[in-house]
Write a protein that binds this ligand. Structure first.
Ligand SMILES: *[C@@H]1O[C@H](CO)[C@@H](O)[C@H](O)[C@H]1NC(C)=O
Ligand SMILES: *[C@@H]1O[C@H](CO)[C@@H](O)[C@H](O)[C@H]1NC(C)=O
Length: 798
């Protein structure tokens, strides 16, 4: 058939004419058959029907030859009834009438009306190459997965060419690709199918679209062709796994970074597109704990802090992260987070052992407390030094790792510091350093290590004589710095030597230390009492101390001057003094002798004439008591002169006594005696004279005796002074007032008159002297206890 068509194409018009004739012949036997190519011009000759039906050429119209027409059909032909020639009445397109049918014929009937004969005429339309191959649409997309294996075939669009046979599509060509080749195969209907064959692997990531041009050509002459643009879209396959930018991500952060801070961001790249390139980040190998500490943003790969970091808990965090794309491919990377230590922990200080109190006499090195220090930081941030105030008598000793013992470092004395508040400080070596302090209180327990002590080493106190019974004399106060019982002081009085009777004079309140006088003291009895006061504490064993006390009894003017001479007459008569008539002025008539048991000013006597018969005739020495004449006697002067002498001491108030002295003026003693006897009532002049002689002798011998006594007294005094100074023990001493030395001398002189008075002279002098030389203490006068008896009576003795 293809060859036949080819022959057709080369047939010229002459040959065509011959063939038509041949066909007409054939039709005679059945029906008339013509064949014409399509696309002939209107009016083109198809065949000579008249001739083929054997009808003569003349009068042809008379035969009534015409084409039978049916309404509704297209008239492609027209018959010239004059010549009997069939012509095309319009352009005939075979493809329009017959489509792809192989044989395309048009049938018509002609009728000869005269003969009433109908003849069938068949006109075959033969194909000419009048159509281009065409693709619909001319631009097409073809999606090919990039993972397609080599040699894979993909259908290409079919071109269409309605022409028949050789005029239809004969070949395909592909241009524009190095990756593909074309494979054309013919099916059983002879239709060619073009397929795209993958020659080289595709990579979307390299080239995602390949533009190809497919050309379809037919076999007509001239050949026609049509092209189609094929866009090969390379479809992505998940052929690229995500790739982390780094195999290991390292980050260093300080342990105190706040929650939510970004630590590190991991990043992976996936060359694929779409879901295949969508990366999700996940933790891969992480412990549960870490996963709460760190938060991984699955889309951004940002790792933030979700918990708290603690260098001491973990100084390094290591885990894996995974990047996964939508196709399930993944990559792993390691994340290492180094935590740097900060000095964020203060040292911890724990007192594991503590004594709250300690005896003050504990030996040096006694353990007071044991402490344990710890710091959760590491390195120098965790190195601890412990300290206390260096001025405290304690020391910190490092005993073991992190253990310190606080020991005493000095002798403790509760009386100086009763309790300590010790601040223990633990400081680490971080910068800045942190520290913790604890205060421990330590109380010192008392031991009886202090005896009670008096403020003075010796006491001197004074008491005015004639005190009330039970008067408090002095209050002793000893001090004991110890505590409680150890400082509870009891006082007692201890007598010196030979003083067993002291307890009858003095007593002490054992608690208050107040000394009371049990008796009223008489200065004239004792001037001084020495004793000891002992203070003892209540400790076990008790400690005590004593202090020597000297109590001076102070004199009070409680003794009236006592007139020794002239003595008060016992028989009612007054003593008579003789004064020779021709006496010179200043003649010593007599001397009034008086003593006063008091001492000092209280015993300082003064004499004065209170009354005289002849005023101005006699004078009396103010202190000597000597009665002297002041002028010559005159005849008019009475023979018997009476003088009242007042003796007064110097006390406050003064006490006084008076005596009447009778002086008889006589030319001679016998005369005067007779005078006296004549004057005085019943007086025996002889006996009077004898009496006066005796008195005079006694006076002189007394004077001598007194002198001897004074000498002896000075001797004894020197001897005893040395004795007493050595023994330091002086009993019942005298008045320590130096200004009375002279008075004492006078007193000693006067005492020779009276033995009872002179009894105490010896000791008094001694005591006085010893006081002068031995008593070097500063006396403390406490007048508060002195009972001054300021009576103002004057005892008159007449
Ligand atoms: C991840 O980060 C993005 C951008 O910062 C944010 O929008 C998203 O909420 C985060 N996802 C999570 C789970 O935190
Ligand atoms: C008083 O104490 C001293 C020591 O201070 C002691 O030598 C003396 O014997 C004591 N005296 C008495 C009377 O106890």
């Amino acid at each position: 058939m293809g060859e036949t068509q080819k022959q057709w194409s080369s047939i010229n018009k002459g040959t065509l004419q011959y063939l038509i004739t041949l066909l007409v012949w054939k039709a005679v036997s059945g029906q008339i058959h013509y064949s014409i190519p399509e696309e002939m011009q209107k009016g083109s000759f198809v065949g000579n029907i008249a001739k083929d039906l054997g009808m003569g050429g003349k009068h042809l119209s008379e035969h009534g030859l015409r084409i039978v027409t049916r309404t509704g059909t297209i008239q492609y032909f027209a018959l010239n009834f004059n010549s009997g020639i069939l012509q095309t009445s319009q352009r005939i397109d075979r493809e329009a009438i017959c489509g792809q049918a192989e044989k395309c014929t048009l049938n018509l009937q002609v009728i000869i009306e005269r003969k009433l004969k109908i003849y069938g005429i068949e006109v075959e339309i033969t194909d000419v190459n009048d159509n281009d191959p065409q693709f619909h649409p001319w631009e097409q997309e073809l999606e090919i997965n990039e993972a397609s294996t080599l040699g894979s075939r993909f259908d290409l669009p079919q071109a269409e060419d309605p022409d028949l046979g050789i005029n239809s599509i004969q070949s395909y060509q592909l241009t524009g690709s190095s990756h593909f080749s074309l494979h054309v195969q013919m099916d059983e209907n002879g239709i060619r199918h073009a397929e795209l064959v993958l020659d080289k692997p595709l990579d979307r990531e390299e080239k995602s679209v390949h533009d190809l041009i497919l050309t379809a050509s037919d076999g007509g002459d001239p050949m026609r062709s049509g092209t189609a643009q094929i866009h090969v879209i390379v479809l992505d396959t998940n052929d690229n796994a995500p790739v982390f930018s780094q195999p290991v991500y390292e980050a260093t952060v300080t342990e105190n970074i706040p929650k939510g801070s970004t630590i590190v961001t991991v990043n992976a790249v996936d060359l694929d597109e779409g879901i295949n390139g969508e990366i999700k980040y996940l933790f891969h190998k992480i412990t549960n704990k870490f996963s709460q500490t760190f938060i991984l943003n699955s889309t951004t790969g940002e790792i933030t802090l979700g918990g708290k970091l603690d260098y001491e808990e973990s100084s390094l965090y290591e885990f894996e992260v995974q990047a996964k794309d939508g196709g399930g491919l993944s990559d792993k990377s390691k994340v290492v987070i180094f935590i740097t230590d900060l000095n964020d922990h203060a040292p911890e200080l724990e007192v594991t052992y503590l004594t709250s109190d300690i005896l003050e006499n504990s030996p040096i090195g006694t353990v007071v407390a044991i402490l344990n220090v710890q710091d959760s930081d590491s390195g120098s941030n965790g190195e601890i030094t412990c300290s206390i105030d260096p001025s405290l008598p304690f020391q910190l000793k490092k005993s073991m790792d992190n253990f310190y013992s606080l020991v005493t470092d000095d002798v403790l004395d509760r009386e100086q510091v009763a309790s300590y508040s010790i601040t223990l400080t633990a400081t680490d070596c971080g910068i800045p350093s942190l520290s913790t302090a604890t205060v421990i209180a330590l109380r010192l327990l008392d031991t009886n290590d202090n005896p009670p002590l008096f403020a003075e080493s010796a006491y001197t106190t004074y008491l005015l004589e004639n005190n009330l019974r039970g008067a408090s004399i002095f209050s002793f106060k000893a001090n004991d710095p110890d505590w409680e019982e150890n400082s509870r002081i009891t006082y007692s009085i201890m007598a010196g030597h030979d003083q067993s009777s002291l307890s009858s004079y003095l007593s002490i309140n054992s608690e208050s230390g107040v000394v009371y006088a049990l008796n009223s003291f008489d200065y004239e009895e004792f001037q001084e009492i020495n004793f000891w006061v002992k203070a003892q504490d209540g400790g076990s064993p008790p400690l005590s101390s004593n202090v020597s006390v000297t109590l001076f009894i102070l004199d009070q003017n409680d003794n009236v001057p006592q007139i020794l001479y002239p003595s008060t007459p016992t028989d009612g008569s007054t003593g008579v003094e003789l004064a020779p008539h021709p006496s010179e002025p200043g003649y010593l008539v007599t001397k009034v002798v008086a003593v006063d048991a008091d001492s000092g000013q209280n015993a300082w006597l003064s004499y004065q004439l209170l009354k005289a018969t002849e005023p101005g005739l006699f004078s009396i020495g103010l202190h000597t008591g000597e009665i002297r004449t002041t002028r010559f006697f005159l005849d008019k002067d009475a023979l018997k002169q009476s003088l009242v002498v007042l003796v007064k001491d110097n006390g406050q108030p003064p006490l006084s006594a008076s005596v009447t002295v009778t002086v008889v003026l006589a030319d001679s003693i016998p005369e005067s005696l007779s005078d006296i006897s004549s004057i005085s009532a019943p007086a025996d002049p002889q006996s009077d004279l004898t009496f006066y002689l005796v008195v005079a002798v006694a006076f002189v011998s007394c004077l001598f005796f007194t002198f001897l006594l004074v000498l002896l007294a000075i001797r004894v005094y020197r001897w005893r002074t040395s004795q007493l100074c050595a023994s330091g023990d002086v009993n019942f001493s005298g008045v320590p007032v130096s200004q009375f030395v002279g008075i004492d001398g006078v007193r000693a002189f006067l005492h020779s008159y009276c033995q009872e008075v002179s009894l105490t002279t010896d000791s008094r002098k001694n005591q006085f002297s010893s006081q002068q030389t031995c008593e070097a203490n500063d006396p403390i006068l406490t007048f508060e206890d002195l009972n001054l008896n300021n009576g103002d009576q004057i005892i008159e003795v007449s």
